[in-house]
Design a protein around this ligand. Structure first.
Ligand code: ADP
Length: 385
């Protein structure tokens, strides 16, 4: 586009321009000084022939490098053609515009020829002149647009890759409970003579897996809704202390079953603006993990206090802790620490990523400090007012 515009705007074979050039050459006996190099290549060369008696060329002034016979054959053809201007074509030499002038002084005939270049030839001449600049410019534009496109696509590619990874991980996680259910069902229905009571163990396993799967699907749904922006956070003032105490009550039987001491120190009258249901889920995730990753006879504590405009919730345990090398990753989806350390503790690796989303959807922060075999402390901080 740029090339064409420049080409159209450059010197042309416009007959008026050409004729005035030619007349000037005829009268002055000189070639225009500026017509050098590319201009001449693009417009076509000028020739001034002085013709003596019998149509013989006596003097040549030329921008082209033709031999004497060539100039003579051009001159002869024009000499034998009626009219003082026009266009001729000479085999092997191409087309020319010509102008014939008889000088008053001396009566010599002057023939001026202007090489006629086809538009394509002119374009080629033009292109060869600006070739390197053009190639450099196009290469520059190409690489610039490539880099801009790649930069623009980067976030889309990241989201896409994450989505692909998410789907693969989710399918993998769902496959496990499904095959466990299938195996247990096969075992339970193996012998038609047996009663349901006889197969209670298999049915209990199936129920546990269905519960696990329901929780997983629920977490997946919340995360994918949060990704697409569909998951809404309904913010309302609620009593944080009441919600947290309720969660502690719900988690007590689980802690007791593992012989873990679950303690709470929750300030009364804490008011928070947020989605009560999601904050409840956040507390469940943190307490569930604390109990899950703490061996028997350990201790888990939840504290909640207001500190000026800040609401601080801490969940501390005396459990297995998290390796320094893994601490950055525990909030990533589906991330679980090495099984050899966590033993056969059940989980999907979605809890903390959900916790992180809940906290940030409320404008808060979540952090962790941990020491392997000593325990972990998760700190959540919200602002209110
Ligand atoms: P899940 O518990 O289902 O595996 P989470 O996302 O809740 O998934 O946690 C991710 C990983 O972080 C866990 O697999 C575990 O390795 C580590 N983790 C989380 N909480 C604790 C904790 N309180 N103590 C030790 N490790 C923990």
């Amino acid at each position: 586009m740029i090339t064409l515009a420049a080409f159209v705007g450059s010197p042309t074979n416009d007959p008026d321009v050409v004729n005035s050039n030619m007349l000037q050459v005829a009268l002055t006996g000189e070639l225009p000084p500026h017509r050098i190099g590319h201009y001449r290549n693009q417009q076509g060369g000028l020739i001034r022939l002085q013709i003596g008696e019998g149509g013989i060329v006596t003097a040549v002034l030329s921008e082209l490098t033709l031999n004497r016979e060539n100039y003579q054959s051009l001159a002869t053809q024009i000499w034998n053609t009626p009219g003082n201007s026009g266009k001729i074509h000479v085999e092997g030499l191409g087309g020319y515009l010509y102008l014939r002038v008889i000088l008053e002084s001396g009566g010599d005939t002057i023939i001026v020829l202007q090489e006629v270049k086809s538009t394509f030839e002119s374009f080629l001449a033009f292109a060869s002149r600006i070739g390197p600049t053009l190639i450099f410019g196009l290469a520059l534009i190409f690489f610039a647009s490539l880099s801009i496109t790649q930069r623009a696509l980067r976030p889309i590619r990241k989201v896409w890759d994450r989505q692909v990874e998410f789907t693969a991980d989710a399918s993998h996680e769902l496959r496990t409970p499904l095959s466990v259910i299938q195996l247990n069902l096969e075992a339970a229905t193996d012998d038609p003579a047996e009663t349901i009571e006889d197969n209670k163990q298999w049915f209990d396993n199936i129920k546990a897996e269905i519960d696990r799967m329901a929780k997983l699907v629920n977490d997946l749904l919340t995360l994918s809704r949060s990704d697409s922006g569909v998951q809404t956070v309904v913010k309302q003032d609620f009593s944080l202390d009441i919600v947290l105490n309720k969660v502690v009550g719900i988690m007590q039987p689980y802690a007791r079953s593992k012989n873990i001491q679950l303690e709470s120190d929750i300030e009364a009258g804490l008011v928070m603006s947020g989605d009560q249901e999601l904050i409840c889920r956040l507390a469940v995730i943190l307490l569930d993990n604390a109990i899950k990753y703490t061996p028997a006879a350990g201790r888990v504590q939840i504290t909640a206090h207001a500190n000026g405009r800040q609401l601080l919730i801490k969940v501390t345990d005396t459990g297995m802790g998290i390796g320094v090398e893994n601490i950055q990753q525990i909030f990533n989806r589906f991330y679980r620490e090495d099984k050899s350390r966590s033993g056969d503790v059940d989980g999907s690796g979605l809890g903390l990523s959900l916790a992180k989303w809940i906290v940030s959807a409320h404008g808060g922060t979540i952090s962790v400090s941990s020491k392997v075999t000593k325990g972990s402390e998760f700190t959540v901080s919200f602002f209110h007012g």
